[in-house]
Structures are given as structure tokens and as C-alpha cells.
Design a protein around this ligand. Structure first.
Ligand code: AMP
Ligand code: ZN
Length: 148
């Protein structure tokens, strides 16, 4: 039994506990990287902290930092192993952003010139002072600006 915080019914906690099989490519004391069973492109890997945290907003800094130390070598290995021309590293947070497994994780998705993946997303425009207002609101939440 792992000493990490776990959720009994979470599919990724079950993988971490070894109750469900996975194709792991890298394992550390704090995280596991394994192949996504429904890959966007073949070689699509998920990087999953062992401890159960719903998404990035709940992840302790040290776990985010640990995953960060794994990403460059994983990306190099995936790119070399698949012959990819590039790759996307993304985290879906919340159902609105496409998250389907409520145990926060990173996707590393190998990409190929002219592959059929629908990326990049459409971009919009700021009008008037919206950009400045948005900057202010985010800085205020970060504690960089005094509140109203
Ligand atoms: P997300 O939509 O960001 O929550 O990503 C969840 C990902 O987990 C999806 O890409 C699924 O294909 C993948 N997935 C779900 N169950 C498993 C499993 N048992 N083993 C490997 N990948 C899985
Ligand atoms: Zn979990």
C-alpha cells in the first residue's frame, strides 16, 4: 500500500497502486509516466503524480516541480522513439477544459507535420482596456496588486 494520498475509486490511483495494468515508461518515488491507452498519436504519454490531487490548482509546488524535472528527458525520449516532428505538453484542468480523469496529469503528445490533430486552437482579440484589466485581475489574485 502506497503512503501517498489516494482515492479508492480513482483510475489513476488504481494504476499507481498496481491494481490496473499500465505501460509505464518511467517511475519515480513521486510520479509515474505511462502510455495513454487511447493516444492522440502513438507514443502519447501521461505523467501522473502518485498522490491524488484533482488538478494543477491543488498540486503542491514540490510535486509540480518534480514533474517539471521529468518532462525534458521524457519529451526527448518520446520524440526520438516516435520520430515525431514536435510535441505538445498539455494539462487539462476541469471538465470545461476536457479533463476526464480527476487526478491531475500532464499529456505529452508527439506531433507530426500535417497530422490530423486539431491544434492550434482559435485565437480571439482583446477590445479596449480588457487586456490591461485582465492583467490587473490576475496580478491581484497573485498578491502582486492590492485588492479593492
Ligand atoms: P484527460 O482527458 O486530460 O483527463 O486525460 C485522461 C486520459 O487518460 C485520456 O487521454 C485517456 O485516454 C487516458 N486513460 C484513461 N484510462 C487510462 C488507462 N487505464 N490507462 C492509460 N490511459 C488511460
Ligand atoms: Zn487519483
Amino acid at each position: 500500500m502506497s503512503s501517498h494520498a489516494q482515492q479508492p475509486d480513482c483510475i489513476f490511483c488504481k494504476i499507481v497502486r498496481g491494481e490496473i495494468p499500465s505501460s509505464a515508461v518511467l517511475e519515480t518515488a513521486e510520479a509515474v509516466a505511462f502510455l495513454d491507452i487511447h493516444p492522440v498519436n502513438k507514443g502519447h504519454v501521461l505523467v501522473v503524480p502518485r498522490a491524488h490531487h484533482a488538478d494543477l490548482t491543488e498540486l503542491p509546488d514540490h510535486l509540480a516541480a518534480h514533474v517539471g524535472t521529468l518532462l525534458p528527458k521524457l519529451c526527448r525520449a518520446i520524440k526520438a522513439a516516435t520520430g515525431a516532428d514536435g510535441f505538445n505538453v498539455i494539462v487539462n484542468n476541469g471538465a470545461a477544459a476536457g479533463q476526464t480523469v480527476g487526478h491531475g496529469h500532464w499529456h505529452i503528445i508527439p506531433r507530426f507535420h500535417a497530422d490530423p490533430v486539431n491544434w492550434p486552437w482559435p485565437h480571439s482579440e482583446y477590445a479596449g482596456d480588457e487586456l490591461g484589466q485582465m492583467r490587473f485581475r490576475i496580478e491581484r489574485e497573485l498578491g502582486l496588486k492590492p485588492g479593492h
